[in-house]
Write a protein that binds this ligand. Structure first.
Ligand code: GLU
Length: 371
């Protein structure tokens, strides 16, 4: 089972506040240097890593001279805004020691629920990974407070795994993994080494659906694993306190808890596309484009003869054969008006027609399901 992790090419690594700060008081540059070193090693092995890191509030508290965590949400948000500068600065300098460039990405859950923003975030992150950059992602705490309230970025980690179709999500924390019962009150509690992410009994072990959600507690991690599994990503929950914890996990060592997905990322994504899409319009294809799609290729504007409907970039559209039959559906990269203008034209003319160039295909094959 752990071989799946050793073979995972695209990883989301989430480190909680406890692992990048000195007991919640200011950043721990040595710890951050350790994450950068391990991630640099994994990159050198040809693996792509998106890092989700908390720690902004803790860093901000120190910069503002606050000894205790503020009570009000607006003070916490202000501390996060201050601390994010230090967090980004520290990661940037630690990664540069290894010749790696970083990018700061601040996201909200709503960003990813909106299809247009989802596509934009996805293409930015995938491009960064292809460029060899390490994206350092945090919640945009200025505009939302979900992770401040509940998660310490566990959910965000899962959303990023969904977004970039990661093979695995590694949640590093200060606990050894998921236990069969709370180890603090049950001496007989045993560490779960592996199980299906969708096994409902894990929620109860992690504290149960009805329990109050401790911020960053095990329940948010189990739910993050369920969410990640829906897009085919396996989740590891393990202690980040051990030496080389990330390297050992990424190399398939049996530490922590593996909650595995049962579908592959691509199959899971296509299932999601098939199940969830409300069609906003239709693209009418010529016979050549229908053939190209059926051979597994993306839809180019030149293969589209007409466009029905009024839709935005990111909307779900039907791709129809000359006879009107729906042959595929997918997320479209251009709005209806733009699609009408570039239809029947080669990709090389998109920029001249629209005055800008977004993507070279109208519907990418990864965002499309054939019917
Ligand atoms: N996004 C927050 C941070 O980076 C979450 C962690 C927290 O609530 O302490 O600081």
């Amino acid at each position: 089972m752990r071989r799946r992790i050793a073979e995972a090419k695209r990883l989301v690594v989430k480190v909680g506040s406890a692992l990048v700060t000195n007991g919640g008081q200011g950043l721990a540059p040595d710890a951050i240097a350790g994450w950068a070193r391990q991630i640099a090693r994994l990159r050198a092995e040809g693996r792509e890593i998106a890092l989700v890191s908390s720690g902004a509030i803790a860093a901000g508290m120190q910069r503002l001279g606050l000894a205790t965590r503020p009570q009000t949400m607006h003070e916490l948000q202000a501390a996060a805004a201050v601390g994010q500068m230090g967090l980004a600065q520290t990661y940037e300098s630690c990664f540069s020691e290894h010749g790696l460039v970083t990018a700061q990405v601040l996201l909200t859950h709503e960003d990813l629920a909106d299809r247009k923003r989802y596509l934009n975030a996805r293409s930015t992150l995938v491009t960064l990974l292809e460029l060899g950059v390490v994206p350092v992602i945090n919640e945009n705490d200025t505009v939302v407070t979900d992770e401040i309230k509940f998660g310490d970025n566990d959910t965000l980690g899962a959303l990023v795994a969904n977004l970039i179709e990661a093979d695995a999500l590694i949640i590093l924390t200060d606990q050894d993994g998921l236990f069969s019962a709370d180890p603090r009150s049950n001496p007989g509690a045993r560490l779960i080494s592996a199980g299906r992410a969708d096994d409902a009994s894990f929620e109860a072990m992690a504290g149960g659906a009805g329990s109050s959600i401790a911020k960053g507690g095990m329940i948010t991690k189990v739910r993050a694993a369920q969410r990640a599994a829906r897009s085919g990503a396996h989740t590891l929950i393990a202690s980040g306190r051990e030496a080389d914890a990330l390297l050992r996990l990424a190399h398939g060592e049996e530490v922590g808890t593996l909650l595995y997905a049962t579908a592959t990322p691509l199959a899971a994504r296509k299932q999601w596309l098939a199940d969830h899409l409300q069609l906003a319009g239709s693209l009418h294809l010529d016979a050549g484009a229908v053939r190209a799609l059926q051979e597994g290729r993306s839809l180019l504007p030149i293969g589209v003869v007409a466009v029905d409907g009024d839709f935005e970039r990111g909307a779900a559209v039907a791709c129809r054969s000359p006879g009107g039959k729906e042959v595929a559906r997918g997320l479209v990269n251009y709005s209806a008006n733009e699609a009408r203008r570039i239809a029947r034209h080669p990709t090389s003319e998109i920029e001249a027609i629209l005055g800008y160039f977004d993507e070279d295909v109208l519907v990418h094959r990864d965002n499309m399901v054939l019917l």
